[in-house]
Design a protein around this ligand. Sequence first.
Ligand code: ADP
Ligand code: MG
Length: 322
Amino acid sequence: MVGEFELIQHYFTSAACARTGGAVELGIGDDCALLAITASDHLAVSTDTLVETVHFPVNAPANLLAQRALAVSVSDLAAMGATPIAFTLALTLPQADPQWLKNFAQGLEQMAAQCQITLIGGDTTRGPLSITVTVLGQVPRQQALLRSGAKEDDCLCVSGNLGDAAAALAWVLNPEKLMTESTDFLLKRYWQPAPELALGRYLLGKATAAQDISDGLLADAAHIAKASSKQLCIDPQLLPLSKALLQSCSKLQAVQLALTGGDDYRLVFTLPADKLAALQLLFPDVTQIGYVTAGEGVKLINADLNSLSLAHVGYQHFERTE
Ligand code: ADP
Ligand code: MG
């Protein structure tokens, strides 16, 4: 069976209807598509779906679900350096429960205010619970942060701690699990990821490639490596790990979660080394985790590879089987 990305490539990217040109500046393959609508800006568009039992468990709190659904989509605008404009909401519900809807609407309101984005439409249907958010944003023409521009000797950076959301999964899936001092912090990172909009905008004209981390650092960095035809070297010892994460598991487990756990919605990006110091003055959480070289794929450096078990390097909805 083909994997998720082969499936998209085979049936959709190569389809005649997916050909770019005219007003379609950039089509399938990046965090957002880019449409040339005005003389100065591109319209950035992205859509994401969350499905009950796949992306979140049954009985997940509605207000948190709404916040996460909107944040996950807006994160793709941040990854392009785009400023949010509006979003649509396609909601499929098993039943119309007023209390659930009230909580959902409250969560949506909170994240929309945080991201300064306006709800402009959607669709409401009955069926198994799923939430689809399509976001629209604007970005100055020719400046959007793509996955394809990484240059040799650029430094490779992430925008903040990794692995927190993946560590929270144990409590998301089992709310009965004994809470520890760090649980609240980790759960917040899972349910209310903060799209890195200010950083994305700052990186316009500076970063050479960027994307958000939704499937895990190794998997997502591999997309930049492939699109840029370069090798990305990552030093696991440089990965920024929160105190809460280190309190919740061993150092080795924390590093593994940071490398392979998805859901953090941080940005991973490449930047000419002479721009790093100024960036870190404004965004102190930005951390260099490696660099770009000639070659392909993602390579771990300075790592005791025997101790890391990286069998699953990122979540795919349809795993490839030989
Ligand atoms: P992201 O993690 O940034 O949301 P995905 O990994 O889900 O992106 O998707 C990779 C690329 O493939 C994106 O450009 C997305 O728009 C595109 N894509 C995913 N599914 C489909 C589909 N069914 N038809 C067309 N394009 C798709
Ligand atoms: Mg993305």
